[in-house]
Design a protein around this ligand. Sequence first.
Ligand code: PEP
Ligand code: MN
Length: 357
Amino acid sequence: MIIVMKPKTPAIEIQRISEEINGWNIIAEKSIGKHQVVIGLIGDTTELEPSRVQALSSFIEQVVPIERAFKRVSREFRNGEPSVVAVPTPNGVVQFGQDFPVVHIAGPCSVESESMIIATAQKLKQVGAKFLRGGAYKPRTSPYAFQGHGESALDFLATAREQTGLGIITEVMNVADLEKVAQVADIIQIGARNMHNYSLLKKAGSQSKPIFLKRGMCATIQEWLLAAEYIIAAGNSNIILCERGIRSFDSQFTRNTLDLSVIPVLRTLTHLPIAIDPSHGTGRSEYVPAMAKAAIAAGADSLMIEVHPNPAQALSDGPQSLNPEQYQDLMAEMIQVSQASDCRTKLTPQSAVLTAV
Ligand code: PEP
Ligand code: MN
């Protein structure tokens, strides 16, 4: 349930209402929007009559029940206002959900060597990427496949950050590595395979670095949003959702099925920014440009694309990686698509928000 306060409600009144609600053994969580304050009620509100809440104050504009399983990540929880995840990097603050056209994240699947990651980062910076991606700890299907260089790869990422000013995004696979990864990463990735790792989600929620939460390869939208709810419930609301393709019945010609329909769907369900990863989504570099442009046209806030200096020699995910020149060409096309219209604004269904319970 949320309480939408009238514009210009005195802070002291909001405080009084919150204390009253806390006395009912329900947590009152204040969220300050552009025009209004919203108080979210966390806890068991099943027996709570909206009229009892409404009667608390004449400054209450509306009481809206949230009947969904996910609460704090729901769009209603912020009264329809999208959230912006602002990430400080050496080159300045990058804002997911705000920066136009989209926030570009690029880099190799794995950090293979110091020289490779630095050279790639320099090229990506020139082309316009804001974040360098690269795995230090790799979740590989086979235990015999390259597992990533671990801690030394984190050091290489730190050097690339120092030399280029790009923000770093890299994956954490287990709780024990979280602190180490957080020291280097500006954004911590939780990969598809770990989307259901609830202890990792809780731990990620209890620290302050933003989380890039990929959709599990067989996860429903509800399961994905509930995974995000674990993070936000533990205290971290800086979450970016990333669609990276789901398993379907046909894996003959593509690695996954990139579910671009999640963009408009998520817009109705959550306030969190949305990223698309067309590299894992298709598994083939030749399909990446079309899906990247489609993602922008559909209103994505960010794109994560795998770029390797020499995809044929890559230690992981070579077939789906663009080379830097291909990425540069794609960037020019992506900019054109972005300029065609700001799709995000058009696709945000403000009017659907309060009735969608
Ligand atoms: C990756 O980003 O390299 C990765 C392993 O992604 P996913 O978790 O989407 O498979
Ligand atoms: Mn990869």
